[in-house]
Design a protein around this ligand. Structure first.
Ligand SMILES: NC(=O)c1ccc[n+]([C@@H]2O[C@H](COP(=O)([O-])OP(=O)(O)OC[C@H]3O[C@@H](n4cnc5c(N)ncnc54)[C@H](OP(=O)(O)O)[C@@H]3O)[C@@H](O)[C@H]2O)c1
Length: 278
């Protein structure tokens, strides 16, 4: 069985299934790290205004020699900038920091209970209509917020970015994403490192002659989910991309699905999603 390295959306067309995250857990991000990802084959790069990594990402894109149109570039507007004027300013700042004319995907980074979606969604749609973003979407929205965002946005959303890995059950959110015909983009796809001592993943990895990271990423790919792992290590960056030449069987897929645990969520800043996760 081969799984294509693309995830398809009716609205966005093909999205590269494996992207490179650019939010380092500690320290900054050098453009060399992003260049290593582009050299390894990644054509989907995930940044955000909040990460402070847009300059390094833009520099790497220019230095790599990979044509701009071959890269699916995502950035995000932070929760404190969701009022219309702040939103427009944040998008302009992102494009200036990246030194690009447009991004491929512009996301609302987190919801903000103090700012109505009736203000934010038209601001997001406006960035698309102005040609500053080819596609738009949201991140860290629960099902209720996602339903509202789809209803209120004058332009179609194409993606939801949310935490997803074997320790976190996202079946309810996934059903909503499918209902709205969006692409699910999994962040922290390696559980921010928590998966690496898991005995079931280790056993499957050993049997397949693969790393735990490859097994975890492959599990997402086989659900038609895009994923954006980060690593600061060139060898791991390349290793993580090497998931398109093997397949997990049904039994392995199920064994990994039952690893979900109630305390599996990694990213959960207080107060951002007051109506709770699904
Ligand atoms: N939308 C949002 O709110 C949101 C929130 C969080 C993250 N994100 C995005 O998602 C991206 C990924 O999330 P993340 O970086 O938090 O977590 P992650 O990708 O699940 O895990 C990254 C960690 O795993 C380690 N690692 C990576 N590959 C490895 C391998 N093959 N073997 C051993 N260790 C490995 C890395 O350490 P080394 O560097 O030492 O390899 C790093 O500590 C971020 O960079 C960001 O772009 C978005």
């Amino acid at each position: 069985m081969t799984v294509p390295s693309l995830v398809f959306s009716q609205e966005a067309g093909a999205v590269p299934a494996l992207g490179f995250g650019t939010s380092p857990l500690t320290g900054g991000l050098s453009s060399e790290t992003v260049i290593a990802a582009l050299k390894a084959g990644y054509r989907h790069i995930d940044t955000a205004r909040k990460y402070g990594t847009e300059p390094a990402v833009g520099e790497a894109m220019r230095a790599s020699g990979v044509p701009r149109q071959d890269i699916f570039l995502t950035t995000k507007v932070s929760h404190e900038n969701l009022r219309a004027a702040d939103f427009a300013r944040s998008v302009d700042e992102s494009l200036a920091a990246l030194k690009v004319d447009y991004v491929d995907l512009l996301l609302v980074h987190w919801p903000n209970p103090a700012i109505a979606l009736t203000e934010t969604m038209p601001a997001l749609a406006k960035a698309k209509r102005q040609g500053l973003a080819r596609h738009i979407g949201v991140a860290n929205f629960n099902i209720g917020l996602l339903d509202q965002a789809v209803d209120l946005c004058p332009e179609p959303l194409v993606a939801l970015q949310a935490e997803y890995h074997p320790y976190l059950d996202q079946s309810k959110l996934m059903a909503a994403v499918r209902r709205h015909k969006l692409v699910f983009i999994a962040y922290c796809p390696l559980g921010r490192g928590r998966l690496f001592s898991d005995p079931v993943l280790a056993e499957i990895a050993a049997k397949r002659g693969r790393s735990i990271a490859q097994v975890a990423l492959r599990w997402l790919m086989q659900q038609d989910v895009a994923a954006i792992p980060f690593s600061s290590q060139p060898q791991r960056i390349a290793d993580n991309f090497n998931v398109f030449d093997f397949a997990l069987d049904d039994d392995e897929m199920k064994r990994i699905a039952v690893l979900k645990r109630p305390d599996g969520r990694v990213a959960n800043p207080a107060g951002r999603v007051p109506s709770g996760w699904d």
